[in-house]
Write a protein that binds this ligand. Structure first.
Ligand code: GLP
Length: 276
């Protein structure tokens, strides 16, 4: 697993990584590049930068297909806190993705099982996800794979824990009663099936989860730790989230990734390459 600890915006680093991958893949209609996409406050910086790349002519999203990680059960697509709404507001409305290439679980269905199977089947039919992007909750959950989730789980309905309901109540007027209690979410196994996985971690409140992910063993109580099993897993963290890491761990990753940490430099290189 690579651990990128950057003082600059982690979203910029992630956006550069996504851009490099898309440019290298040269996607076509027959062979699109497939992204797994997250919601939450963490990826906002990445989406902003990707929109900028699109506006500056660096990236074209015509042949990109996306699968979102999760959705609340019981919220209409138009609900301001639904992940449908979030994705369109913060990303899709600002780029040129084809609507038919956007896949988001429908939290309004009655047959959760069928909806989750449909999602898995579609992912498989297209050849799998090339790069799954994500964030984590303070309890180390990826997507809505709460502590105790099977590390080989697939897309399914999942109850939210009290911790997550409290954490996410900030988006529901601070009222825990307004937060849905159930979600549809890709499984840990679904994420691990992607060819690459990049997880963004930010802030003091994620420090314990980062330590578990990087220094401790693989454990279903911290589902992010399953990333250790992935051939191409990357964690991009800000400085604040590293406070629980051992000094030695911190220095180790700073040392081996030394040349790759400056996202401003990466952005400049990207624009230079694109103008050639
Ligand atoms: C929700 C989402 C997760 C996300 C987490 C963290 O629980 N289901 O995918 O990683 O929130 O959110 P934030 O980035 O706002 O801290």
């Amino acid at each position: 697993m690579r651990v990128i600890i950057t003082e600059k915006n982690i979203g910029d680093w992630a956006a550069c990584y996504v851009a490099e991958k898309i440019l290298a893949a040269k996607p076509t209609a027959e062979k699109p590049y497939v992204l797994g996409l997250p919601t939450g406050s963490t990826p906002l910086g990445m989406y902003k930068r990707l929109i900028q790349f699109y506006k500056d002519g660096i990236l074209d999203f015509t042949n990109i297909v996306s699968f979102n990680m999760d959705e609340y059960v019981g919220l209409e697509k138009t609900h301001p806190q639904s992940y449908h709404h979030f994705m369109h507001e913060n990303f899709f409305n600002h780029i040129n993705m084809k609507p038919e290439n956007i896949n988001i679980l429908d939290g309004m269905v009655t047959d959760y099982k069928a909806e989750c199977q449909r999602f898995e089947d579609k992912m498989k039919a297209i050849g799998g996800v090339d790069l799954f992007l994500g964030g984590i909750g303070p309890d180390g959950h990826i997507a809505f794979n709460e502590p105790g989730s099977s590390l080989s789980s697939r897309t399914r309905d999942k109850e939210l824990t009290a911790d997550t309901i409290i954490a996410n109540s900030r988006f529901f007027d601070g009222d825990v009663n307004k937060v849905p209690k159930l979600s549809l979410t890709v499984g840990v196994g679904t994420i691990l099936d992607a060819k690459e996985v990049l997880i963004m971690v930010n802030g003091h409140h994620k420090a314990r989860a980062l330590r578990q992910a990087v220094e401790e063993g693989i454990n279903h109580m911290w589902t992010i730790s399953a990333l250790q099993m992935h051939e191409k897993g990357i964690i991009v963290s800000d400085e604040e989230a590293t406070v629980e890491l051992k000094v030695g761990t911190y220095r180790y990753f700073k040392d081996i990734e030394g040349a790759n940490l400056d996202s401003e430099k990466l952005i400049k290189e990207l624009y230079k390459k694109a103008r050639k």
